[in-house]
Design a binder for this molecule. Structure first.
Ligand SMILES: *Cc1c(COP(=O)(O)O)cnc(C)c1O
Length: 391
């Protein structure tokens, strides 16, 4: 066996769709001694983490926990627990993650009715209303709040009220919104909401926060059939995170330390301040990109503060742009996914990564690499536009 000598991982500036920059404090929390998963000191950290999660989810939901696994494990948890084989569900698809939700729901044995919107546009609430009317026997409406593949922020108010008026549950993907903007869990009575640790929560990947309304918790407790996944079965996991401390699986102890610390950072900043910071910096980035001569995919009112999709100008090779940003500036951004591959590039400003310095660095770097391909980027106008927004 040939084991290479210990290598130091290089520092990169993570400005893609996730993972996002992780503060030293969180990495230090991760490096604390591992405790037993039923140790009283660890249990106290778990309990506090639940309280902090309720704060960021803006909810009083008792069943609020962090599932092992990345954001997709949150999606599977939501679907396997809420769906029984043969159930009809309405899934909204306006990007890659909505389509993934459709796939997961189908694997749970659901009959899926899909409501779609073109990539770069939000779902029209009228279309959901019609689907609900045509399928009154559906049990839930599934939708992505922050569609990271396009940069669209999906308004939820009307859709949630149509679903609830019809007695259906709202299943919401908040992977790229939680910790960066309001996720109105209690305000809209969202029933099953999941996220991921490595986006706006600014923690390493590996945990999927989940919150479940009392009504959805009742549904899960009263299922006619067992949850088809043993590992993601909330009926058992709620007994481990609850008073009983019933052993189910070994909690990823050190990851919980890290999430706890990342959530403390959020609580110290305060949700309102954090949302305002994400919003203000996104506005500055958009103004800078437009002043540079670039176009954004999403109309202003539906843009996500955490993720911006930039239309690749005519004649520019976007793979080369990303490669040069990485090789010359150590900056990571994201490519387009699915239909948008080659057509957009995606820039995330999430967590501590959402700051003025990163915006300026990114604009200068992007302007430079675009110039090499003949695009006449106006870098000084871009920087002036940023100053103007942040003044
Ligand atoms: C990133 C993401 C996911 C999947 O999360 P992973 O951590 O990659 O498993 C799901 N939904 C949305 C909206 C995402 O942005």
């Amino acid at each position: 066996m040939n084991i290479s000598s210990p290598r130091k991982v290089p520092e990169k500036l993570l400005l893609g769709p996730g993972p996002t920059p992780v503060e030293q404090r969180v990495l230090q929390a991760l490096a604390q001694p591992t405790l037993g998963h039923l140790d009283k000191n660890f249990v106290a950290i778990m309990d506090e983490t639940r309280e902090l999660l309720r704060y960021v989810f803006q909810t009083k939901n008792e069943l609020t926990i962090a599932m092992p696994g990345t954001g997709s494990a949150g999606m599977e948890t939501a679907c396997v627990n809420m769906i029984e084989r043969g159930d009809k569900v309405i899934i909204c698809e306006h990007g890659v993650f909505g389509t993934r939700m459709h796939d997961v729901a189908e694997r749970c044995g659901a009959e899926v009715v899909s409501v779609t919107a073109p990539m770069g546009k939000p779902i029209d609430p009228e279309d959901v209303r019609r689907a609900i009317k045509a399928n009154p026997d559906a049990v839930l409406v599934g939708i992505v709040h922050a569609e990271t593949s396009t940069g669209v922020l999906q308004p939820l108010d009307e859709i949630a009220s149509y679903a609830h008026d019809a007695g259906m549950y709202m299943l919401v993907d908040a992977v790229t919104s939680l910790g960066g903007m309001e996720v109105p869990v209690d305000r809209l009575g969202l029933d099953m909401v999941y996220s991921g640790s490595q986006k706006c929560l600014a923690c390493p990947p590996g945990l999927a926060p989940v919150t479940v309304s009392p009504r959805a918790t009742e549904r899960i407790k009263n299922r006619k059939t067992k949850v088809q996944s043993w590992y993601l079965d909330l009926t058992m996991i709620m007994r481990y995170w609850g008073q009983e401390r019933f052993y189910h699986h070994t909690a990823p102890v050190n990851m919980i330390y890290a999430l706890n610390e990342a959530l403390r950072i959020i609580a110290e900043e305060g949700l309102e301040n954090r949302f305002a910071r994400h919003r203000r910096n996104a506005e500055a980035l958009w103004a800078g990109l437009e002043a540079m001569g670039l176009k954004l995919l999403v109309d202003y009112e539906y843009r996500l503060p955490s993720l911006t999709s930039i239309v690749v100008p005519e004649g520019v090779d976007e793979a080369m742009v990303r490669r040069q940003l990485m090789e010359e500036y150590n900056i990571e951004i994201g490519a387009g996914l699915g239909e948008l591959k080659g057509k957009i590039i995606r820039v995330g400003l999430m967590g501590s990564g959402s700051n003025k310095k990163n915006i300026e660095l990114f604009l200068v770097a992007l302007g430079n690499v675009l110039r090499k391909q003949g695009f006449k980027s106006d870098i000084s106008s871009a920087l002036e536009a940023v100053e103007e927004v942040l003044a």
